[in-house]
Design a protein around this ligand. Structure first.
Ligand code: SF4
Length: 402
């Protein structure tokens, strides 16, 4: 339901949807909250902002030369932005109640009570409320390192913490600590997540993402009961469950295992192939081979589960470029991919503090130019030989927020 109203010189838009509410003024300041009242998106004067459940607000914009830029707001600016959103909601509520207000087009009619309730929740979500909410999130979750872009609005549940390998030289997503949650702790975590999200589950309940880095590495005897627990606590997850997996852990599960997980709700597995070139996998210390990843994908697909394959663009720079492209195409063509699968191209981001930049520098490997990266993406895409190609999308780790 979309409504418009005018007060003085200002034109307001109000979009009341089953799972979110968006308010805008003069198309220069537009704010969205989920129906639980948590702010999650802001547009202001050409800049967009995304608030994660952890309270972090990511700012994105294009600079004068057309390059995309990102920044994280500091705590004070983040709370000020949330306060601005709450003030906009209060301004809309007060304007609607004033004699100067006039609806442009259809007024809300019987939905006005629902609109009032939604506005009340957004007004209550101030910067202080946001800080308290983020603190509660931190009690329930260990840091959520990354998600595939199509899972940003899923409900993350953490069966494990950290990454069981943690060796990849380009990766700073997880610390050294890895553990599997005992069954009782995991079920308590699930209930805490459900209670924390409350009404916000409407926006985020599309699917459940089972974290962290490689939760599917857990042996079936422990993993299957975890999936059963997810089904008990989140019986209405519309899109089932999804999780990351790597070739070096995936080979320990059979097609029958993945079929059993599919019967328990698993719909998609995301696998970081990164490259099909084994010497490059060794160079970046990813403990997998191309053959292991291909075998894993075959087993996952045979089990009736979709995949999302992640290829890293620019990995190994010019030194590895040709072999990276050739062997990645070969690996992808060895996988039984189809139109239900996803292929993500993820640009290498050289994170300071990771070993990759120094190791690359030792071998005089510089970053690929934007043009060469675009060419790499294009060549890999054009090399796909499947009759029903996977959907291709960009995976930019700098845009992640949860
Ligand atoms: S890229 Fe994946 S497997 Fe490698 S260290 Fe990072 S989380 Fe672990």
């Amino acid at each position: 339901m979309l409504f418009r109203g005018q007060s003085g010189d200002s034109l307001f838009t109000l979009s009341l949807q089953p799972h979110w509410i968006t308010l805008g003024v003069d198309e220069t300041f537009i704010v969205s909250w989920d129906r639980g009242g948590r702010l999650y998106s802001v547009y202001r004067h050409g800049h967009t902002f995304r608030r994660g459940l952890n309270g972090r607000i990511l700012e994105k914009w294009q600079d004068a030369d057309g390059w995309r830029r990102w920044d994280t707001l500091d705590q004070a600016d983040a709370e000020a932005l949330v306060d601005d959103g709450a003030r906009l909601a209060a301004r809309v509520r007060d304007a609607i109640g004033s004699p100067h207000w006039s609806w442009v087009g259809e007024p809300p009619g019987t939905t006005s009570g629902e609109l009032d309730a939604a506005l009340g929740r957004t007004i209550a979500f101030t910067g202080t409320a946001s800080r308290r909410d983020a603190a509660r999130f931190a009690e329930i979750y260990s840091p959520v390192g990354i998600l595939p872009p199509d899972q940003y609005l899923s409900v993350v549940v953490q069966a494990t913490e950290g990454c069981s390998f943690n060796t990849c030289t380009f990766c700073d997503l997880y610390g050294g600590h890895f553990r599997v949650k005992p069954a009782g702790e995991f079920e308590a975590h699930l209930r805490a997540v459900r209670d924390f999200l409350g009404v916000s589950l409407g926006l985020r309940g599309r699917s459940i993402f089972v974290g962290s880095a490689n939760a599917l590495a857990v042996p079936m005897a422990r993993l299957a009961p975890m999936f059963e627990a997810i089904g008990r606590v989140f019986p209405d997850a519309r899109g089932g469950t999804a999780a990351f997996l790597d070739g070096f852990t995936g080979v320990h599960k059979s097609a029958a295992d993945f079929g059993a997980l599919r019967d328990l709700g698993l719909q998609r597995v995301y696998i970081g192939l990164e490259t099909g070139h084994d010497p490059l996998l060794s160079f970046v210390r990813k403990p997998a081979t191309r053959a292991q990843v291909v075998d894993t994908v075959r087993a996952v697909k045979e089990g009736g589960v979709h995949v999302g394959i992640i290829v890293m663009i620019g990995l190994g720079g010019e030194t590895f470029a040709q072999a990276h492209v050739t062997d990645t195409i070969a690996a992808l063509n060895d996988m039984p991919l189809d139109g239900d699968d996803l292929l993500y191209f993820s640009d290498l981001v050289e994170q300071p503090g990771t070993p990759y930049p120094a190791l690359a520098s030792e071998r005089a490997i510089g970053p690929l130019s934007a043009e060469r990266r675009a060419e790499q993406r294009r060549t890999i895409r054009e090399g796909l030989r499947t009759t029903s190609p996977p959907r291709v999308a960009t995976y930019d780790v700098r845009e992640f927020v949860y």
